[in-house]
Ligand binder design. Sequence first.
Ligand SMILES: [Zn+2]
Length: 341
Amino acid sequence: MNKLGILMDDRYFDHAIEPHSLENPQRLRGLFPLVQERYKGAFEAVIPREACFEEIEQVHSRFYISQVREHAVKPNPFSYDRDTYLMDQSLATAQLAAGGCLEMADRVMDGSIRNGFALIRPPGHHAEPGRGMGFCVFNNIAITAKYLQAHYQLSRILILDFDIHHGNGTQEVFYDSDKVLFISVHQKGLFPCSGTPTEIGEGPGRGYTINIPVHSFFGDTEYTFLFGKLLNNVVEQYMPQIILVSAGYDGHNNDSISATTLTSQWYHTVTTMLKQCARDICGDRLIYFLEGGYNPESLAESVLATIDSLLAPEQPRVGIFHSKRAQALFHHHPLNEFWTL
Ligand SMILES: [Zn+2]
């Protein structure tokens, strides 16, 4: 059986600023040795390459890329916005993050790995075509989806974003396309304050953007119910050829950036659901892209729970308990116009 591919590289520590931003190398520094030790021999190491500018240009404007090229090679930090800094190693690190994901996509498509987890930084889902924001420089998952369209002629790609913040950048890239189904489940009212249910896509993309803003008190039960509904109904109707996941771990109970109460076990649960979905629908093709997660301990625990699930042999179906509070989010949701729940 083909293995799980894991993308890790110490050069992902190089994008850093003093004093530390919330998004800093410590997020991964402790995690990499844990992964090496715990899964020795059980996974395939994916070696990253730098994405070239032509590949990045499929998502980002030339003007924005030229700004990054100008600022992200200087020793003095440049703040793109309050959160998004650029230092002398930022350009190379961001190119290596995006390029690592492209390498991962090639490996999944040629079948040399079954599925994959890209443990990269800087993260990507907030980066819009014309600007970086929210710690994100290049939109890794969007660049990968564009690459899969161009190189493998994929016409039905699912991007599922469970980071606690709305994936505004990814949404913008594919807003008018029916070739990508973008689903974001995020806490209502958090940065960047977009992602309302009425944002549904436009033109041929109408119905192919789905936003589910959740209440701050939601936890494992509500989330499992929501994802069960989405995967067993909407995703089954869409029949994606590959599933890409914006995996942010900042909805964890111990991550102070959010109020939701997800446990590490939930990330295991949702991964089991996604894995079974990928097996039934798209020949196991499933790639995780690391986004947020700002408490290094809960991030590490949750990533390990995810990998445990990705590596587990055949697992029983996840038991889903009804949640009235989660079900209520689907009442009068515009997605009912396009998909059968
Ligand atoms: Zn986030």
